[in-house]
Design a protein around this ligand. Structure first.
Ligand code: FE2
Length: 275
């Protein structure tokens, strides 16, 4: 009886420790800073700071909002980009998604592309979300390009994006890019990272992989949508010559409700002029 009591107490203590660890892993919010240097970047954009948020899946991240907003504001970004899955199609919460987006627009201009979850919403929710985001001034980057100007000499960079699709065509996307300008590109799915660079994007920001959900030391992420086990593109900066894709581990969760060794992150990329 005594032995049974010790076993039960130990199991309960282990379960409590595991629950505490998993809660901490979900609720933590780290900031991962990157720098990206490019010869294509105009002088006026040296030091331009992008705050990159991805895969917020709003309902799974409710408790993080006050910290998320505080941290983003403290970073003082020049622009904020959201690379899809602002909400979860299984547990959509349009009002929270919209109120978060609106708060972010008070901090800096917000550029947005959809993820697979927005694209799976019922049509009336989808159109409602898009028109509300547009009304509050969020830049909807649905296969289009905008210029951002800085400095007194009309220097600019291009921002382009695609709404989520399981397919990516290099030739079609290349029409969005200008080889004489710096092209920032937003696309939810990271598995096409090499294609984004081939198409002409200098810097692409992506998400979707949730860091591989569980990160194994010296190995990397365990599983990601579309790439399945041991995904090549699950987080971090991947270089393709003088171009790169930065993949966010995301902020919320979707089908798999926990993370291991894979804390949610706010990514920043500071642009630098090169040589
Ligand atoms: Fe996601």
């Amino acid at each position: 009886m005594k032995k049974r009591g010790i076993i039960l107490t130990s199991v309960a203590a282990l379960a409590a420790a595991l629950a505490g660890y998993l809660t901490f892993e979900n609720e933590a919010l780290t900031v991962t800073p990157y720098e990206f240097s490019s010869q294509a970047l105009p002088e006026a954009f040296d030091g331009f700071k992008i705050c990159h948020l991805s895969d917020i899946h709003v309902k799974s991240a409710l408790r993080k909002y006050p910290r998320l907003i505080k941290k983003v504001a403290k970073l003082s970004p020049d622009i904020i980009v959201i690379t899809g899955d602002l909400l979860d199609s299984r547990r959509s919460d349009l009002q929270t998604a919209l109120s978060l987006a609106e708060t972010l627009t008070d901090i800096a201009p917000v550029y947005y592309v959809t993820g697979n979850h927005e694209e799976s919403l019922p049509i009336e929710d989808y159109t409602g979300l898009m028109s509300s985001l547009s009304d509050m001034g969020v830049h909807l980057m649905d296969s289009r390009t905008e210029k951002i100007y800085r400095g007194e000499n009309g220097e600019y960079i291009n921002v382009s994006g695609i709404f989520d699709s399981p397919h990516f065509t290099v030739n079609k996307a290349s029409e969005m890019f200008d080889e004489n300008a710096f092209d920032l590109f937003l696309a939810h799915r990271p598995q096409f990272a090499a294609g984004y660079a081939r198409a002409g994007a200098d810097l692409t920001l992506s998400g979707h992989a949730h860091g591989g959900q569980m990160r194994i030391p010296f190995v990397g992420g365990l599983i990601a949508p579309d790439q399945w086990f041991f995904p090549e593109y699950s987080e971090g900066m991947h270089r393709f010559g003088d171009r790169a894709t930065v993949i966010s581990r995301g902020i919320g969760n979707s089908l798999i409700p926990f993370r291991i060794n894979n804390r949610p992150e706010i990514v920043t990329v500071t642009l630098k002029t090169a040589g």
